[in-house]
Write a new protein. Structure first.
Length: 51
């Protein structure tokens, strides 16, 4: 899907829970599955919860 000149793409990732195991990993590896989506977005947001 192509983006028109005046379009804004926003990505909402929902509730992201970061437990002690995830925080020990490289953050780039933890979110590598959604990296292409985030790169294609103008704005991205999520609700982070740390355990």
């Amino acid at each position: 899907m192509t983006k028109a000149k005046n379009d804004i793409r926003m990505t909402y990732l929902g509730n992201v829970e970061l437990n002690k195991h995830i925080r020990k990993n490289d953050i780039n590896d933890a979110f590598s599955a959604v990296k292409p989506i985030l790169k294609g977005s103008d704005y991205s947001t999520a609700s982070l919860k740390f355990f």
